[in-house]
Design a protein around this ligand. Structure first.
Ligand code: LP5
Ligand code: MN
Length: 246
């Protein structure tokens, strides 16, 4: 069983280089895998399934082809695309996953998959914001607004978030390690795989506990990161499409 994990692509119409990296990944790297996991923030901002996102339209055939060739595709929400619904997941030939899921990695143990924002518990302002925007009533009233209004609100939140982030200390923007250990012990998992913090690495202990592993996936630009897990390998790699790839 060969599995691939990616996150934090932040696809957006203004960044064709990221879409190009994804097209290359889907057609040249992913086809040999049995399962592909997209662990959130695949899109820079998702304002509702009724917005005809041009990037989704461009990548849809690549996901369809991958799925048709035998790769199952799973999609988890991030803090930027949590409004992505079943309708758009279907367009990505993907099954929508809950916020947290446990899978078995043969010979390695149980792995807990998350986007990662829920692990940043020292960021009280963000967690309060998260509670608010994950509230179904709040989401409903947001989705009832016009596309233009939603785009403007999303832009405003983005700007505010960027401004606040520049004043936040480094550790606040990272996961809380004690919380990571606690959640793995509670869920009886040995491996945590998440994105969000944009600090790609494989940590072979968590809070001093050497029986636990934490994989942090990387954010994409003209190049991308993926975790490969099969019987022989457990590796985090960076790739870049060749120059002549269009
Ligand atoms: O993603 P990243 O790394 O930049 O920052 C996150 C946290 N920020 C966010 C906000 C996103 O960046 C923007 C989401 C836009 C898409 C949403 C579309 C749908 C919105 C409608 C929902 C129904 O998640 C950031 C964390 C950081 O990760 C590290 O963990 O620190 O958190 C913040 O910056 C949150 C702030 O601390 C508080 C939020 C301020 C928002 C104020 C809104 C004002 C605008 C109201 C308009 C009417
Ligand atoms: Mn994120």
């Amino acid at each position: 069983m060969k599995r691939l994990f990616i996150s934090d692509l932040h696809l957006q119409a203004e960044r064709p280089d990221i879409t190009r990296a994804l097209r290359y990944f889907l057609s040249h790297i992913a086809p040999s895998s049995d399962e592909l996991y997209l662990l959130g923030d695949i899109f820079e901002a998702w304002i509702g399934d009724d917005f005809a996102d041009p990037v989704l339209k461009e990548i849809q055939p690549y996901f369809e082809a991958l799925n048709r060739s035998g790769t199952s595709i799973y999609l988890m929400h991030g803090n930027r695309d949590f409004l992505l619904g079943k309708k758009s997941a279907r367009k990505l030939s993907a099954e929508l996953l809950p916020e947290q899921i446990k899978i078995e990695l043969p010979k390695r143990g149980s792995a807990l998959l998350m986007h990662g924002d829920e692990l940043c518990i020292d960021d009280a302002d963000y967690q309060a914001f998260r509670d608010q925007v994950r509230d179904p009533t709040w989401q409903q009233s947001f989705l009832e607004k016009s596309i233009e209004e939603r785009l403007a609100i999303a832009r405003k939140i983005r700007d505010e978030s960027q401004q606040q982030n520049s004043n936040k200390e480094d550790y606040i923007m990272d996961v809380n390690i004690r919380f990571c250990e606690e959640i793995l012990l509670k869920e009886e998992c040995q491996i945590l795989i998440h994105g969000h913090t944009h600090r790609p690495s494989i940590h072979t202990n968590i809070n001093g506990n050497e029986s636990l592993t934490r994989v942090v996936l990387g954010d994409w630009s003209s190049s991308g990161y993926y975790l490969l897990s099969n019987k022989k390998e457990f590796t985090l790699s960076k790739f870049e499409p060749p120059e002549d790839y269009t």
